[in-house]
Write a protein of this length. Structure first.
Lengths: 338, 256
């Protein structure tokens, strides 16, 4: 169990982490999601006592990190796969970590085996590929057989095989009843591995929810329609009081109505449909919408009540929004860079 | 966290990187070889010396002449032991494993200091005996008054140079910055301050000049240094303590 309370970190003028409060519960994979620069790595560094919080507190199983006796046996972390001396062999790298926490030497061989590095145990880490370095870092995290594991963007830069291996590893660790806390800037990655989600944007907590609830609450479902009698259909839908969004290529989209209703309405007016399909906005879009709202809310603060809802980011134009467009930092800018 | 665990871990760290071997062996080889050459030259020069210079002739001190260069390798050793952690990013892994930063730093320094003392002491004895062998009839014996103190002092001097470098590197973190300050400081600035009469008084209190007094057996004729061999070493120890405390305070406060 990791408990974060009012955690805040300021670097000079920059608020990297702002009043975060959440808990990471045992036995599940908790995804820590946020665009690049949201403050995920900073939060994780504070969890390990590496960076000192400006305010707030982190407790691991009820204790401060530096109060843990042999911390590697409580919590294993992979923050940065390159955080090791390249001139040291994989074996010696793990051995010095093991010795510092009173972990027997035999365990080093075990974890090398687990991550598949036994054959290169005597080789210097600087000759390792990114994937091998990542595996060595993970071996270090597993060394103390800890109940809690923490990974910062573990699949970044890995090849498909490496990504697959890490996903399975995280799932099997959670299945053994361990607490797994993993960060990513990609919703799609979280959707595949996480049971619970903590979403942050610009250092603030945006959501702390189960994956299922997050999907239900945040994804927009709509109906996509194509028809050769487009003008007639628009007319009919309009008269029925149904709001239609025209997207490119002659496609129409309708929010908040079942495909059955629209199909029957079209049939009544003998309109030919080439497509009538229920759609679910992707999780990536839901995530972007959530974080975009936080940016918008931020930019709107002080604006009169009843200001326009934010436009939906992404390539697909959202529903027309009346009211002024507020300029300001767009969350998506950051995200696209990542 | 048991300190013995951390000491064992730091020993594994130090013995498993190449820089330990090459810096320490360079320090030993340079000190001995240069000491032998200068001893040989001094023997040949002796007959041409003035009476005053002959009275100040210190065969023990001459055999340690190579230390002025050999200490630079000791500085590199001390700097790399600490700043390797920062330049590789290992520091975050290390402090995750040992979050008590004092335990981490002092275990690391204890292991590196022990190793530096061992190498320094052996180097000092070898430099002395080989140097004396070159000096022929002008040589000193290990049993002469003050000689054993000077030879052991040579080992202490090399050790303290390494510890001072560790303290400075802990403060500065970057190996390039640490070496860029320490190398010119010991190789140029100290020598310049010590040789210009106006600054000589200040130069006497720099760590290397004060510390090297321990290796002197014969006091030069017109010597006006206000401290003896142990007083000089004490001044050097003060410098080292300040550097180590400075490093500890910064490490304790800083984000890793
Ligand atoms: N040591 C630091 N000094 C100054 N700014 C920092 C430091 N570390 C992180 N930041 C800033 O804090 C913000 C959050 O960074 P980070 O925690 O790395 O985000 P994430 O891991 O979510 O991408 C960024 O704007 C980053 O530039
Ligand atoms: Mg990050």
């Amino acid at each position: 169990m990791i408990e974060v309370e009012g955690l805040t970190k300021r670097y000079g003028e920059k608020m990297a982490v702002n009043q975060l409060t959440f808990a990471v519960r045992p036995g599940i994979v908790t995804g820590f999601l946020g665009p690049n620069g949201a403050g995920k790595s900073t939060t994780m560094r504070m969890m390990l006592g590496l960076d000192r919080p400006t305010a707030g507190d982190v407790r691991i199983d009820g204790q401060h990190y530096d109060r843990l006796k042999d911390p590697l046996t409580y919590i294993g972390a992979l923050l940065d796969a390159k955080a090791m001396h390249g001139g040291r062999s994989a074996f010696n790298h793990l051995l010095c970590l093991a010795q510092s926490n009173g972990i027997p030497r035999g365990r080093v061989h075990e974890v090398l085996d687990t991550v598949g590095l036994t054959a290169v145990a005597k080789k210097k880490a600087k000759g390792f590929s990114l994937g091998m370095g990542q595996r060595l870092g993970i071996a270090g995290a597993l060394l103390g057989d800890p109940r809690i594991l923490m990974f910062d963007e573990p699949v970044n830069g890995l090849d498909p095989e490496g990504i697959h291996w890490i996903r399975n590893l995280m799932k099997s660790l959670a299945a053994q009843g361990r607490t797994v806390f993993v960060s990513s800037h990609l919703m799609s990655e979280m959707a595949l591995t996480a049971d619970h989600l903590v979403v942050i944007g610009q250092g603030r907590l945006l959501a702390d929810t189960s994956m299922a609830d997050f999907i239900r609450e945040n994804s927009r479902s709509y109906v996509r329609i194509r028809s050769p009698q487009r003008e007639l259909l628009l007319d009919v839908l309009h008269r029925a009081g149904i709001v239609v969004v025209e997207t490119g290529g002659g496609t129409l989209e309708v929010d908040g109505h079942r495909p059955e209703d629209i199909g029957e309405l079209a049939a009544q007016h003998r309109i030919v449909l080439h497509e009538l399909s229920p759609q679910q906005a992707s999780l990536e879009e839901a995530f972007m919408q959530l974080t975009a709202e936080s940016v918008e809310y931020h930019a709107h603060s002080g604006a009169p009540l009843g200001a326009a809802p934010p436009p939906l980011p992404g390539d697909r134009p959202g529903p027309p929004t009346p009211g002024p467009q507020v300029p300001g930092p767009q969350w998506g800018d950051d995200w696209k860079k990542g | 966290m048991a300190a013995t665990q951390v000491l064992r871990s730091e020993w594994t760290k130090i013995r498993s990187v190449a820089s330990t071997l090459w810096t320490l062996s360079l320090a030993a080889v340079v000190t001995v070889v240069l000491g032998v050459l200068i001893s040989l030259l001094s023997k040949n020069e002796f007959d041409k010396m003035s009476a005053k210079d002959r009275l100040s002739f210190d065969p023990t001190y001459i055999s340690f002449a190579g230390m002025s260069l050999g200490q630079l390798a000791m500085i590199v050793f001390g700097v790399l032991v600490v700043s390797n952690e920062y330049s590789t990013g290992m520091i975050r892994t290390s402090l995750s494993a040992v979050p008590q930063r004092g335990t981490f730093l002092f275990s690391k320094m204890a292991v590196a200091t022990g190793l530096a003392f061992l190498v320094g002491l052996v180097t000092s004895f070898v430099a002395f005996f080989l140097g004396q062998a070159m000096l022929g009839s002008h040589k000193a014996a290990i049993g002469d008054p003050g000689v054993l103190r000077a030879v052991i002092g040579g080992g202490l001097y090399m050790t303290l140079i390494a510890v001072f470098s560790m303290g400075v590197a802990t403060m500065l973190r970057s190996p390039m910055l640490s070496l860029g300050i320490l190398m010119p400081f010991f190789f140029l600035i100290s020598a310049i301050l010590g040789n210009v009469s106006a600054t000589k008084k200040i130069g006497q209190f720099l760590p290397d000049q004060a510390g090297s007094k321990i290796m002197q057996v014969v006091t030069p004729i017109d010597d006006d240094v206000p401290y003896g061999p142990w007083g000089g070493l004490g001044i050097m120890v003060l410098w080292v303590v300040v550097a180590v405390i400075g490093g500890y305070v910064l490490l304790k406060r800083r984000d890793a």
